[in-house]
Structure formats: structure tokens, C-alpha cells
Ligand binder design. Structure first.
Ligand SMILES: Cc1cc2nc3c(=O)[nH]c(=O)nc-3n(C[C@H](O)[C@H](O)[C@H](O)COP(=O)(O)O)c2cc1C
Length: 264
């Protein structure tokens, strides 16, 4: 396995950061109008694709769309969740329930309002450009085939992209971290720079990391409130994780991973 890792000294492995500023951002010095045109094209294409997958027109795709339970959990106060949140790296073998998964996904990117026809979400987004995607790499969830799923915020549903057991491969890409292998679900937060660079240019590179932090913290606090354990994972081989998710790296890159499992 090709790796970008240097020394492993701290409590968790570190990366040398060589690929932390991806080509997708370095390339944005094209003229703004060209970038805007590309962005418009991709947005239109994405809207058409979303219409097909969420609008019930494509039967083959629909078989892979799973409607999620409504997120109705009423847990502890925010203050209590803030006090109790701790990085938990060891999990039991108990399955995560589908309701818990639905709640966690909603906390990360759920739709909570709209303005002029644009959906707004639990996590803030620079200029409401929403450049982030949220994936659930499912390992041990009641009633769900293990595999890679994409969260579709507008319909609060999951799209199955690839079925299979990815726990070991993802853990290896996260430098062998046991928490990733044992987690019931690993939430992979990615960025699609073209959605934001047309508006914010190179500054977008900062914004997507900030947005990943918002989403990650939401999931971690929600996990705490659900009585689950979670840990943020920053130490991973970018290219390996991108490959596992079959991301087209010129368009989309992994930024952050949140492992969540049932507590021992
Ligand atoms: C950006 C970032 C990356 C992190 N990466 C990892 C990681 O790869 N593996 C891990 O076990 N913990 C990781 N952590 C968790 C920290 O080790 C943890 O937050 C820290 O020890 C403080 O403990 P607490 O979260 O329980 O308050 C990461 C935390 C942050 C904010």
C-alpha cells in the first residue's frame, strides 16, 4: 500500500500532510467565469441526477435508496452532551440501530429549513454552498447490508453505493486504527470543491475544513446524546480512503472521518 505516512509518535499516527491540499484546490486559478460555468454545469448535472435518484423515476437506482426513520430522538441537553463528550475508541459488538444511524446522519447534514427554495441544514455552510458530502461506511447496523452509503439530505435517505465489508480496508487506510475496524459505522465527510470555489476561490480550501469540523462535532455530540461512543479520525491515507469510496479525486476528496460504535 502506498502511504504518505511518516513517524508514528503521538497517541495516534500522524500523516505528513503532503496531500492535504489537493489538486482540486490548486487548480482553481482558472478564470472566475470559467469556474462559475463549470460549477453551474455540475450543479445542473447534480440536480438532474438527484432528481432521478430521489424522485422515483429510475427503478434500478430506487432499489438502492433506503428511506430513513425520522430523527425524533429527544436526548440530554446540549450542555450535558458537551460535558460528556469524550473520544471513545473501543466498542462492543452490539449493532447500532437504524434509528440511531438515522439520527446521526440527520445531526450531520439533515435538512432543518429552507430559504428561497434552498434547503438549509443542521451544520452551517459558507454562503449555503453545501460543498460537503456525508457517507456512512456501515459495518454493524441492524437491518442494513454492510457497505458504503451516501446520505441524501433532501429526502433523508441513504443510497447504497457498494455493498461489502469495508471495515478492514478502511482501518488499514486509517493506519490500522482499531476504532475504525470495530466501529458500527464510519462517517466519511468529503468535499466537492467545485461547489464552493466559484464563489470563494482559494479561500474555499479553508472553508471545507471548517465545514467538516462542524459536521463532525454535530455527529460526535449526537453520538454522546444517544449513549454511543465516537472518535474523530484525522490520521488516514487520503488516497486510500478516496479509493475505497471510489471518489473521482479531481472532483471530490475525503476530509474527515468519524468512527461511531456502541459502548462497551
Ligand atoms: C482533527 C482531529 C484529528 C484526530 N484524529 C484522531 C485519530 O486519527 N485517531 C484517534 O484515535 N483520535 C483522533 N483524534 C481525537 C483526539 O486524540 C482527541 O480529541 C484528544 O485526545 C482529546 O480527547 P477527547 O476527544 O476525549 O476530549 C483527533 C482529533 C481531532 C480534533
Amino acid at each position: 500500500m502506498k502511504t504518505h505516512v511518516t513517524g508514528i509518535k503521538s497517541e495516534f499516527p500522524s500523516t505528513n500532510g503532503k496531500n492535504h491540499k489537493p489538486a482540486s484546490f490548486r487548480k482553481v486559478k482558472t478564470s472566475l467565469s470559467a469556474a462559475a460555468a463549470i460549477q453551474a454545469f455540475i450543479l445542473i448535472f447534480a440536480a438532474i441526477t438527484a432528481g432521478c435518484t430521489q424522485g422515483g423515476k429510475n427503478a434500478a437506482m430506487n432499489e438502492k435508496i433506503i428511506a430513513l426513520k425520522e430523527a425524533t430522538h429527544k436526548g440530554m441537553s446540549l450542555e450535558e452532551a458537551l460535558k460528556q463528550r469524550r473520544s471513545i475508541r473501543r466498542y462492543s459488538d452490539r449493532e447500532m440501530t437504524e434509528a440511531e444511524l438515522a439520527q446521526l446522519l440527520f445531526s450531520g447534514q439533515g435538512v432543518t429549513g429552507s430559504i428561497r427554495g434552498l434547503n438549509l441544514r443542521t451544520a452551517p455552510s459558507a454562503g449555503a454552498t453545501y460543498p460537503m458530502e456525508l457517507y456512512a461506511v456501515v459495518n454493524n447496523v441492524e437491518g442494513l447490508t454492510p457497505g458504503i452509503y451516501r446520505y441524501l439530505p433532501a429526502s433523508h435517505s441513504l443510497e447504497l453505493l457498494d455493498s461489502g465489508d469495508f471495515a478492514k480496508a478502511l482501518s488499514a487506510a486509517c493506519l490500522g486504527q482499531g476504532s475504525v475496524e470495530k466501529a458500527a459505522v464510519n462517517f466519511v465527510i468529503t468535499a466537492v470543491p467545485v461547489r464552493i470555489t466559484g464563489r470563494y476561490g482559494e479561500r474555499s480550501a479553508r472553508y471545507v475544513y471548517m465545514e467538516a469540523g462542524h459536521i463532525g462535532q454535530n455527529i460526535l455530540l449526537q453520538a454522546t446524546s444517544l449513549g454511543l461512543g465516537g472518535v474523530p479520525i484525522g490520521a488516514f491515507n487520503d488516497r486510500e480512503v478516496n479509493r475505497i469510496l471510489s471518489l473521482e479525486e479531481d472532483r471530490e476528496i475525503t476530509v474527515y472521518i468519524i468512527a461511531v460504535g456502541t459502548r462497551r
